[in-house]
Design a protein around this ligand. Structure first.
Ligand code: UN1
Length: 500
């Protein structure tokens, strides 16, 4: 069965094209959240491993940057093809280490495949600008130059897709990568490292160092040769990275979650809205940055929406995601489960009304994993903590409002600004909403999840620091603009001075 897919007992770091034991040699178990079985041991690396990876990357980058970008892209085309061939294996491993159901795991691997082919295409674009110069016989243009060695820190909730969003643009632009994957989900990194190697990526261009954020992540920040840190994870950790990198004038790209809402207006197609809410609130057990955790509903539809959501929640099958009939998988670990549980108490204390779920599932097979019942609160006030703070679990709060304007205001009243959605059939409301919703991603008549890789991914306010993952915007993180002036007049021409 799927266990046979894991061929080793202990994972190793991947540095300079070699599988290496961590210098200090400590490991920690990787637990399948659906069964609590140990899948494999993952290294807890230290400063020395990060230093070795950085040196390997620095050396490799010099040569890699001189490979023409269309040839760099060839490697990504091969990576994409290999991911496609191995899609089912990768998906099963992903379900085992992360818990998301197989259908979603396949979707996530597909997101990585899409990113490979998309970014490979950039090898023949990587556009800069050509523009007239101020003076005769002079040519001006801008080109994208690689930054050098980049550090990427990826989360457990999308362990392969987010890794591709960050590493593929970095690679095609001529950088080398030091990558710290989440210790909860190292198998995707291990598999991707193998693919990079087999696809012919020169050694040292991508280096994987497994370990904790407090050691490996901190060590990456301290390496002067790592010029960019691209991070997806919690707000606290992101702020810490940003402030430390700020001191060192290191570029930082952060993506730190959301408190995303679906707005249901009085003219909405209610069945569609219910489907959109169920999928984006309870898919991945709500453990997406883009998950819907608030539903802002027009008063006139509140009762009907509550009833319809209760009905649909009752139909959700919860269990091990390797079973194709399961719709909702487990929570990543005990800590995650405790956090979700604590928010239920908070909600009840704040006076919200619990309509579904609200408890850890301990019956039968559920006792063997980290399962939480899909949860629905109603009569939630926009200022309650359950309506303001990121829960990262299968918990959704219904907030009734009286108007479109109030809906927009409530949507924008949180610290985060990643994704938002509106269900309405009124074209005027659609256009006003896409203008006024203060989020990096806006959906009309769809839930809050499902971003496509060729568009920018990220958000406003506490979600990030102005950068974007995926899309062309990702190239901005991993390149420096270089302005190039070529004077072919044969004499010294002085800009701004010799203008007459
Ligand atoms: C995340 O949760 O961090 O839009 C990424 C989506 C997916 C990516 C989610 N394509 O939901």
């Amino acid at each position: 069965m799927s266990h046979d897919l894991i061929k080793v007992e202990k994972l190793q770091n991947f540095i300079d094209g070699k599988l290496l034991e961590p210098e200090v040699g400590e490991h920690t178990p990787v637990i399948n959240p659906a069964t609590l079985e140990t899948l494999v041991q993952v290294p807890l690396s230290t400063n020395e491993d990060v230093a070795a990876a950085t040196q390997a990357a620095k050396k490799a980058q010099k040569t890699w940057a001189l490979v023409p970008a269309p040839q760099r892209a060839e490697v990504l085309y091969r990576v994409g093809s290999m991911m496609k061939e191995r899609k089912e294996t990768l998906s099963q491993l992903l379900t085992m280490e992360n818990g998301k159901v197989l259908e979603e795991a396949r979707g996530e691997v597909q997101e990585g495949i899409d990113m490979a082919f998309y970014m490979a295409g950039e090898g023949r674009r990587l556009f800069g600008q050509t523009t007239p110069a101020e003076l005769n016989d002079k040519f001006a243009m801008s080109v994208r130059a690689p930054v050098g060695v980049v550090g990427i820190i990826t989360p457990w909730n999308f362990p392969i897709a987010i890794a591709t969003w960050k590493s593929f643009p970095a690679i095609v632009a001529g950088n080398a990568v030091v990558w710290k994957p989440a210790t909860e989900t190292p198998l995707m990194a291990y598999e991707l490292a193998k693919i990079f190697e087999e696809a012919g990526l020169p050694k040292g261009v991508v280096n994987v160092v497994f370990g904790a954020g407090s050691t490996v992540g901190e060590a990456m920040i301290e390496q002067d040769d790592i010029r960019v840190i691209s991070f997806t994870g919690s707000n606290d950790v992101g702020r810490n990275i940003a402030s430390k990198c700020g001191q060192r004038l290191k570029k930082v790209s952060l993506e730190m979650g959301g408190k995303n809402a679906v707005i249901v207006m009085d003219d909405a197609d209610l069945s569609l809205a219910v489907e959109g809410i169920i999928w984006s609130a309870f898919g991945t057990s709500g453990q997406r940055c883009t998950a819907c955790s608030r539903v802002i509903v027009h008063d006139s539809l509140k009762g009907e929406l509550e009833a319809r959501l209760q009905q649909e929640i009752a139909k959700l099958t919860i269990g091990n995601g390797l079973d194709e009939s399961i719709k909702v998988g487990p929570i990543i670990n005990q800590g995650g489960l405790e956090k979700v549980k604590s928010y239920i108490e908070v909600g009840v204390q704040e006076g919200a009304k619990l309509l579904a779920g609200g408890y850890v599932l301990n019956d039968g097979e559920h006792a063997k994993g980290n399962y939480f019942a899909p949860t629905l609160f109603t009569n939630v006030d926009a200022n309650m903590r359950i309506a303001q703070e990121e829960i990262f679990g299968p918990v959704v709060s219904l907030i009734p409002v009286k108007s479109f304007e109030e809906a927009i205001e409530v949507n924008n009243s949180v610290e985060y600004g990643l994704s938002s959605s509106i269900f309405t059939r009124d074209v005027n409301k659609v256009f006003a909403a896409q203008r006024d919703l203060d989020t990096g991603i806006v959906y009309v008549n769809a839930g809050t999840t499902g971003a496509e890789i060729h568009l920018p991914f990220g958000g406003t306010k506490g979600t990030g620091n102005g950068h974007r993952d995926s899309g062309v915007a990702a190239l901005d993180v991993f390149t420096e603009w270089k302005a190039v002036y070529v004077d072919f007049s044969g004499k010294l021409q002085r800009a701004q001075i010799d203008v007459d």
